[in-house]
Design a protein around this ligand. Structure first.
Ligand code: FES
Ligand SMILES: [Fe+2]
Length: 359
């Protein structure tokens, strides 16, 4: 159960560099490629001739060519040519709205008539030279909501990421969770603690001592349909923590775009944006490597959790205070799913009434 009349991250520009990319998103098999004018095209991954996946073909002069018998497909989904054939009567295939923005390619898997590019999640740091970003992509066999749960409850760091970002003080600092319209924010603050290994590395990367006590924060923000941005950082203790001056802290934004592939699998675009030493590519690579290892640790846990849930679908799960972020995010998703269903039969969408609080 996922929203379809929304924008998801589909891929990154390097994935369609000179070749088509086939990717299933929200159950839709889609082929992405760069068309003749340089814009991104997204079409049904289905050749109208004999049903071959168009993504197995190639791009010639901006035209997608089927790899089976050479049918040429236009970026609107209409066949433009085929060796030895008249193509005028060939059926059109589906086109999906796609936009390249902020270093990602976004797709709207639902009703194309409702697609509005202004609704793409805003990433101001992606257009600001004072910031650098590095990231990657994992395919994970789990319901996208399990990943939202994971990112909105960072108590798991103590156990899953014991050697990098985990520390027992996380358990001792209860999170606070609030609704802000359609967003959910879970925050946790820790004071006067030792920085864990990943953050020692980041402190050194910013030219700061790594052997002094620090204040640490984690502010996780869920935005529908499935984006989680996490403001994280450490500051030398006693300088204001989250609001400490830039020369006393190492902070960044953990960037998580979770794109459902099917009901039980996701494309997980992870990354980190930082505004210290943005020109230092070596540091970007180091952070990327560290973060990639950390997120790989979640992978097995989530896939095995999904298998357990598949095996026992009727078992009730507990909802503890640490689960509030995921629970409230699911409520937002459920409300928007109901609205999407209603709007598809011509009824108005009901906006959220007011912010509420839970902890
Ligand atoms: S299946 Fe594509 S050209 Fe024949
Ligand atoms: Fe994790």
């Amino acid at each position: 159960m996922y929203l379809k009349n929304v924008w998801y991250v589909a891929c990154t520009p390097d994935e369609i560099d000179g070749k088509p990319l086939g990717r299933k998103i929200c159950g839709e098999s889609i082929v992405f490629y760069r068309s003749g004018d340089g814009t991104v095209a997204a079409l049904e991954d289905f050749c109208p001739h004999r049903g071959a996946p168009l993504s197995l073909g190639f791009v010639r002069d901006g035209t997608l060519v089927c790899g089976y018998h050479g049918l040429e497909m236009g970026c609107e989904g209409k066949t433009t040519g085929m060796p030895g054939q008249r193509v005028g009567g060939f059926p059109q295939i589906r086109r999906y709205p796609a936009v390249e923005r902020y270093g990602f390619i976004w797709v709207w898997p639902g009703d194309a008539a409702q697609a509005e590019p202004n609704e793409i999640h805003r990433l101001p740091w992606a257009e600001d030279p004072a910031w650098a970003h590095g990231g990657g992509l994992y395919h994970i066999k789990c319901d996208y909501r399990l990943m939202i749960d994971n990112l909105m409850d960072l108590t798991h760091e103590t156990y899953v990421h014991a050697n990098s970002i985990g520390q027992k003080e996380i358990d001792d600092a209860p999170p606070k969770t609030v609704n802000k319209g359609d967003q959910v924010v879970t925050s946790r603050f820790m004071e006067n603690i030792t920085a864990p290994p990943f953050w020692k590395m980041a402190l050194r990367g910013n030219g700061l001592a790594d052997d002094v006590p620090v204040d640490r924060w984690q502010i996780c923000t869920f935005t529908p349909p499935s984006h989680v941005m996490i403001e994280v950082g450490v500051a030398h203790a006693g300088h204001g923590g989250y609001i400490a001056p830039a020369d006393r802290k190492a902070s960044s934004i953990v960037v998580d775009f979770i794109t459902p592939e099917t009901e039980t699998s996701i494309w997980y675009f992870w990354g980190m944006a930082r505004n210290f030493r943005p020109e230092d590519e070596e540091l970007t690579a180091k952070i990327q490597e560290g973060q990639g290892k950390i997120f790989a640790e979640d992978l097995e846990m989530l896939e095995r959790q999904q298998r357990n849930l598949d095996a026992w679908p009727d078992r009730n799960l507990l909802k503890l205070n640490i689960d509030a972020g995921g629970v409230l995010s699911r409520k937002v998703i459920d409300r928007l799913l109901a609205a999407e269903r209603t709007s598809s039969v011509g009824q108005p969408i009901i906006p959220i009434a007011r912010a509420s609080e839970a902890s």
